[in-house]
Design a binder for this molecule. Structure first.
Ligand SMILES: Nc1ncnc2c1ncn2[C@@H]1O[C@H](COP(=O)(O)OP(=O)(O)O)[C@@H](O)[C@H]1O
Ligand SMILES: N[C@@H](CCC(=O)OP(=O)(O)O)C(=O)O
Length: 267
Protein backbone atom coordinates (compact mmCIF):
# COMPACT_ATOMS: atom_id res chain seq x y z
CA UNK A 1 0.00 0.00 0.00
CA UNK A 2 0.99 3.62 -0.38
CA UNK A 3 0.33 6.13 2.40
CA UNK A 4 0.44 9.83 1.49
CA UNK A 5 0.55 12.50 4.17
CA UNK A 6 0.02 16.18 3.36
CA UNK A 7 1.68 19.30 4.70
CA UNK A 8 -1.42 20.29 6.65
CA UNK A 9 -1.13 17.10 8.74
CA UNK A 10 2.56 17.64 9.47
CA UNK A 11 2.70 21.38 10.15
CA UNK A 12 0.47 23.42 12.44
CA UNK A 13 -1.18 26.01 10.18
CA UNK A 14 -1.36 28.62 12.95
CA UNK A 15 2.03 28.30 14.67
CA UNK A 16 3.98 26.84 11.74
CA UNK A 17 5.42 24.25 14.17
CA UNK A 18 6.18 20.69 13.10
CA UNK A 19 3.67 18.21 14.52
CA UNK A 20 6.19 15.84 16.10
CA UNK A 21 3.52 13.66 17.65
CA UNK A 22 1.99 13.05 14.22
CA UNK A 23 5.36 12.06 12.79
CA UNK A 24 5.91 9.78 15.77
CA UNK A 25 2.52 8.07 15.39
CA UNK A 26 2.99 7.69 11.65
CA UNK A 27 6.37 6.04 12.20
CA UNK A 28 4.91 3.82 14.94
CA UNK A 29 2.04 2.66 12.73
CA UNK A 30 4.02 2.09 9.54
CA UNK A 31 6.84 0.33 11.42
CA UNK A 32 4.28 -2.02 12.99
CA UNK A 33 2.77 -2.80 9.57
CA UNK A 34 6.24 -3.35 8.18
CA UNK A 35 6.93 -5.86 10.97
CA UNK A 36 3.66 -7.62 10.12
CA UNK A 37 4.88 -8.09 6.56
CA UNK A 38 2.94 -5.36 4.79
CA UNK A 39 4.79 -3.66 1.95
CA UNK A 40 4.34 0.01 2.68
CA UNK A 41 5.53 3.07 0.79
CA UNK A 42 5.24 6.51 2.39
CA UNK A 43 4.78 9.62 0.24
CA UNK A 44 5.36 12.60 2.50
CA UNK A 45 4.95 16.29 1.78
CA UNK A 46 6.24 18.83 4.26
CA UNK A 47 9.64 19.87 2.92
CA UNK A 48 8.58 23.47 2.31
CA UNK A 49 6.59 23.67 5.55
CA UNK A 50 9.49 22.27 7.59
CA UNK A 51 11.88 24.59 5.70
CA UNK A 52 9.73 27.58 6.64
CA UNK A 53 9.89 26.48 10.25
CA UNK A 54 13.68 26.08 10.07
CA UNK A 55 14.09 29.53 8.51
CA UNK A 56 11.55 31.13 10.86
CA UNK A 57 9.31 32.29 8.02
CA UNK A 58 5.62 32.87 8.63
CA UNK A 59 4.69 33.45 4.99
CA UNK A 60 5.42 31.12 2.10
CA UNK A 61 7.59 33.08 -0.40
CA UNK A 62 6.06 33.52 -3.83
CA UNK A 63 9.28 33.13 -5.86
CA UNK A 64 9.65 29.55 -7.09
CA UNK A 65 13.43 29.57 -6.45
CA UNK A 66 12.82 30.62 -2.82
CA UNK A 67 10.32 27.79 -2.37
CA UNK A 68 12.73 25.33 -3.94
CA UNK A 69 15.50 26.50 -1.61
CA UNK A 70 13.16 26.10 1.36
CA UNK A 71 12.31 22.58 0.20
CA UNK A 72 16.03 21.78 0.03
CA UNK A 73 16.46 22.90 3.64
CA UNK A 74 13.25 21.35 4.93
CA UNK A 75 13.66 17.96 3.25
CA UNK A 76 16.86 17.29 5.27
CA UNK A 77 15.16 18.04 8.55
CA UNK A 78 12.00 16.15 7.58
CA UNK A 79 14.03 13.04 6.82
CA UNK A 80 16.08 13.46 10.00
CA UNK A 81 12.85 13.44 12.00
CA UNK A 82 11.46 10.43 10.13
CA UNK A 83 14.74 8.55 10.38
CA UNK A 84 14.92 9.11 14.12
CA UNK A 85 11.31 8.08 14.79
CA UNK A 86 11.37 5.01 12.51
CA UNK A 87 14.65 3.89 14.10
CA UNK A 88 13.02 4.11 17.51
CA UNK A 89 10.42 1.64 16.27
CA UNK A 90 13.02 -0.66 14.78
CA UNK A 91 12.33 0.13 11.14
CA UNK A 92 14.52 1.58 8.43
CA UNK A 93 13.61 4.07 5.75
CA UNK A 94 15.14 5.08 2.41
CA UNK A 95 14.53 8.37 0.63
CA UNK A 96 13.47 8.77 -3.01
CA UNK A 97 12.96 12.23 -4.52
CA UNK A 98 10.97 11.93 -7.73
CA UNK A 99 9.53 14.07 -10.47
CA UNK A 100 6.38 12.98 -12.30
CA UNK A 101 8.22 12.52 -15.54
CA UNK A 102 10.66 9.84 -14.33
CA UNK A 103 7.91 7.36 -15.14
CA UNK A 104 7.74 8.60 -18.75
CA UNK A 105 11.29 7.54 -19.53
CA UNK A 106 11.58 3.73 -19.63
CA UNK A 107 15.11 3.62 -18.24
CA UNK A 108 14.56 6.00 -15.33
CA UNK A 109 11.21 4.30 -14.63
CA UNK A 110 12.94 0.90 -14.47
CA UNK A 111 15.61 2.23 -12.12
CA UNK A 112 13.08 3.79 -9.77
CA UNK A 113 10.92 0.67 -9.68
CA UNK A 114 13.97 -1.56 -9.14
CA UNK A 115 15.05 0.65 -6.24
CA UNK A 116 11.61 0.51 -4.63
CA UNK A 117 11.49 -3.27 -5.14
CA UNK A 118 14.91 -3.72 -3.57
CA UNK A 119 14.02 -1.53 -0.59
CA UNK A 120 10.77 -3.43 0.01
CA UNK A 121 12.52 -6.79 -0.41
CA UNK A 122 14.88 -5.71 2.36
CA UNK A 123 12.02 -4.56 4.62
CA UNK A 124 13.07 -0.93 4.21
CA UNK A 125 10.22 1.59 3.95
CA UNK A 126 10.63 3.91 0.94
CA UNK A 127 9.83 7.54 1.82
CA UNK A 128 9.07 9.57 -1.30
CA UNK A 129 8.66 13.27 -1.92
CA UNK A 130 8.59 15.26 -5.08
CA UNK A 131 12.07 16.49 -5.98
CA UNK A 132 11.03 20.09 -5.47
CA UNK A 133 14.38 21.60 -6.42
CA UNK A 134 14.22 20.24 -9.98
CA UNK A 135 10.47 19.93 -10.55
CA UNK A 136 9.68 22.98 -12.65
CA UNK A 137 7.44 23.44 -15.65
CA UNK A 138 9.83 23.76 -18.56
CA UNK A 139 10.83 22.15 -21.84
CA UNK A 140 9.43 18.66 -22.08
CA UNK A 141 9.08 18.36 -18.31
CA UNK A 142 5.31 18.47 -17.94
CA UNK A 143 5.54 18.33 -14.18
CA UNK A 144 3.81 20.90 -12.04
CA UNK A 145 5.73 21.80 -8.95
CA UNK A 146 4.07 20.73 -5.74
CA UNK A 147 1.53 17.98 -6.11
CA UNK A 148 2.13 14.87 -4.09
CA UNK A 149 -1.47 13.64 -4.31
CA UNK A 150 -1.09 12.70 -7.95
CA UNK A 151 2.52 11.60 -7.45
CA UNK A 152 1.34 9.15 -4.77
CA UNK A 153 -1.31 7.70 -7.11
CA UNK A 154 1.25 7.46 -9.89
CA UNK A 155 3.65 5.60 -7.62
CA UNK A 156 0.83 3.38 -6.36
CA UNK A 157 -0.15 2.46 -9.91
CA UNK A 158 3.41 1.89 -11.03
CA UNK A 159 4.14 -0.52 -8.17
CA UNK A 160 0.69 -2.13 -8.37
CA UNK A 161 -0.35 -1.06 -4.86
CA UNK A 162 -3.93 -2.11 -4.11
CA UNK A 163 -4.60 0.68 -1.66
CA UNK A 164 -3.66 4.35 -1.47
CA UNK A 165 -4.35 6.05 1.85
CA UNK A 166 -4.32 9.86 1.64
CA UNK A 167 -4.03 11.54 5.04
CA UNK A 168 -5.13 15.16 5.07
CA UNK A 169 -6.30 17.95 7.36
CA UNK A 170 -9.84 16.95 6.50
CA UNK A 171 -11.44 13.65 7.48
CA UNK A 172 -12.87 12.86 4.06
CA UNK A 173 -14.58 14.25 1.00
CA UNK A 174 -17.61 16.44 1.71
CA UNK A 175 -20.44 17.47 -0.59
CA UNK A 176 -18.97 21.00 -0.37
CA UNK A 177 -15.91 22.55 1.26
CA UNK A 178 -16.59 22.19 5.01
CA UNK A 179 -14.26 25.08 5.80
CA UNK A 180 -16.64 27.36 3.92
CA UNK A 181 -19.94 25.57 4.56
CA UNK A 182 -20.44 24.26 8.12
CA UNK A 183 -23.48 22.23 6.97
CA UNK A 184 -21.40 20.11 4.56
CA UNK A 185 -21.83 16.32 4.80
CA UNK A 186 -19.06 13.74 4.54
CA UNK A 187 -19.39 11.09 1.84
CA UNK A 188 -18.50 7.64 3.15
CA UNK A 189 -18.11 5.90 -0.21
CA UNK A 190 -17.62 7.19 -3.73
CA UNK A 191 -18.07 4.77 -6.65
CA UNK A 192 -17.98 7.28 -9.45
CA UNK A 193 -16.53 10.79 -9.74
CA UNK A 194 -19.64 12.60 -10.94
CA UNK A 195 -19.56 16.21 -12.13
CA UNK A 196 -21.31 17.21 -8.86
CA UNK A 197 -18.49 15.67 -6.84
CA UNK A 198 -15.81 17.30 -8.99
CA UNK A 199 -17.52 20.67 -8.57
CA UNK A 200 -17.77 20.27 -4.79
CA UNK A 201 -13.98 20.08 -4.60
CA UNK A 202 -13.17 23.11 -6.69
CA UNK A 203 -11.82 25.43 -3.94
CA UNK A 204 -8.17 25.74 -2.99
CA UNK A 205 -6.67 23.93 -0.02
CA UNK A 206 -5.30 25.02 3.31
CA UNK A 207 -2.62 27.68 3.80
CA UNK A 208 0.33 25.31 3.73
CA UNK A 209 -1.07 22.52 1.59
CA UNK A 210 -0.97 23.10 -2.11
CA UNK A 211 -3.21 20.74 -3.98
CA UNK A 212 -6.54 21.12 -2.19
CA UNK A 213 -9.24 18.56 -2.89
CA UNK A 214 -9.01 18.65 -6.68
CA UNK A 215 -5.67 16.84 -6.78
CA UNK A 216 -6.96 14.25 -4.28
CA UNK A 217 -9.87 13.50 -6.61
CA UNK A 218 -7.44 13.19 -9.54
CA UNK A 219 -5.48 10.69 -7.45
CA UNK A 220 -8.71 8.82 -6.64
CA UNK A 221 -9.59 8.72 -10.35
CA UNK A 222 -6.21 7.16 -11.16
CA UNK A 223 -6.63 4.49 -8.48
CA UNK A 224 -10.19 3.65 -9.50
CA UNK A 225 -9.22 3.44 -13.17
CA UNK A 226 -6.69 0.77 -12.21
CA UNK A 227 -9.42 -1.02 -10.22
CA UNK A 228 -7.66 -0.20 -6.99
CA UNK A 229 -8.91 1.73 -3.98
CA UNK A 230 -8.17 5.00 -2.28
CA UNK A 231 -9.17 6.17 1.17
CA UNK A 232 -9.10 9.84 2.12
CA UNK A 233 -8.91 10.23 5.89
CA UNK A 234 -7.79 12.56 8.63
CA UNK A 235 -4.06 12.75 9.28
CA UNK A 236 -4.61 14.17 12.79
CA UNK A 237 -3.71 10.77 14.25
CA UNK A 238 -2.01 8.47 11.72
CA UNK A 239 -2.91 5.45 13.86
CA UNK A 240 -6.15 5.75 11.86
CA UNK A 241 -4.33 3.66 9.22
CA UNK A 242 -4.90 0.57 11.40
CA UNK A 243 -8.64 1.36 11.54
CA UNK A 244 -8.73 1.76 7.76
CA UNK A 245 -7.05 -1.61 7.29
CA UNK A 246 -9.57 -3.14 9.68
CA UNK A 247 -12.26 -1.93 7.24
CA UNK A 248 -13.81 0.53 9.66
CA UNK A 249 -16.05 3.28 8.27
CA UNK A 250 -13.59 6.13 8.57
CA UNK A 251 -12.86 8.72 5.90
CA UNK A 252 -14.10 8.46 2.34
CA UNK A 253 -13.51 5.26 0.37
CA UNK A 254 -13.11 5.59 -3.37
CA UNK A 255 -13.92 2.25 -4.89
CA UNK A 256 -15.24 1.38 -8.33
CA UNK A 257 -18.75 -0.09 -8.36
CA UNK A 258 -17.81 -3.18 -10.40
CA UNK A 259 -15.04 -3.81 -7.90
CA UNK A 260 -17.47 -3.87 -4.95
CA UNK A 261 -19.88 -6.10 -6.87
CA UNK A 262 -17.10 -8.51 -7.81
CA UNK A 263 -15.95 -8.59 -4.18
CA UNK A 264 -19.47 -9.42 -3.01
CA UNK A 265 -19.80 -12.14 -5.65
CA UNK A 266 -16.53 -13.68 -4.51
CA UNK A 267 -17.70 -13.87 -0.90
N1 LIG B 1 -15.51 18.98 -1.07
C1 LIG B 1 -14.50 19.11 -0.20
N2 LIG B 1 -14.38 18.19 0.82
C2 LIG B 1 -13.35 18.28 1.69
N3 LIG B 1 -12.39 19.25 1.66
C3 LIG B 1 -12.45 20.18 0.67
C4 LIG B 1 -13.52 20.15 -0.30
N4 LIG B 1 -13.31 21.19 -1.17
C5 LIG B 1 -12.20 21.82 -0.78
N5 LIG B 1 -11.66 21.24 0.34
C6 LIG B 1 -10.45 21.71 1.02
O1 LIG B 1 -9.31 20.87 0.75
C7 LIG B 1 -8.45 20.93 1.89
C8 LIG B 1 -7.44 19.78 1.87
O2 LIG B 1 -6.44 20.01 0.89
P1 LIG B 1 -4.94 20.48 1.28
O3 LIG B 1 -5.01 21.67 2.15
O4 LIG B 1 -4.16 20.60 0.01
O5 LIG B 1 -4.45 19.27 2.18
P2 LIG B 1 -3.09 18.43 2.23
O6 LIG B 1 -2.05 19.36 2.79
O7 LIG B 1 -3.45 17.32 3.16
O8 LIG B 1 -2.76 17.95 0.84
C9 LIG B 1 -9.43 20.90 3.05
O9 LIG B 1 -8.91 21.44 4.23
C10 LIG B 1 -10.62 21.71 2.53
O10 LIG B 1 -10.60 23.06 2.95
N1 LIG C 1 6.72 18.60 -2.21
C1 LIG C 1 6.12 19.65 -1.39
C2 LIG C 1 4.66 19.40 -1.12
C3 LIG C 1 3.76 19.38 -2.28
C4 LIG C 1 2.34 18.93 -1.94
O1 LIG C 1 1.71 18.19 -2.72
O2 LIG C 1 1.83 19.35 -0.73
P1 LIG C 1 0.48 18.81 -0.07
O3 LIG C 1 -0.67 19.37 -0.87
O4 LIG C 1 0.52 19.29 1.32
O5 LIG C 1 0.51 17.29 -0.15
C5 LIG C 1 6.79 19.69 -0.01
O6 LIG C 1 7.34 18.68 0.43
O7 LIG C 1 6.70 20.74 0.63
Amino acid sequence: MVVKIGTSSLIDAVTGKIKLRTIDRLAFTLAALNHQGYEVVLVSSGAIGVGMNQRHLTKRPSAIAEQQALAAVGQCELMRLYSQRFNDYDAQIGQLLLTHDVFDYPLSRAHVLDTIDALLANQVIPVINENDSVAVDELDHRTTFGDNDQLSALVANQIGAELLIVLSDIDGLYDKDPHQYPDADRLTTVHHLSSDILQSAAGSGSRLGTGGMVTKLKAAAMMMKANHQMVLASGADPRIISHILAGEAVGTWFIKKEHTEKEHMAQ
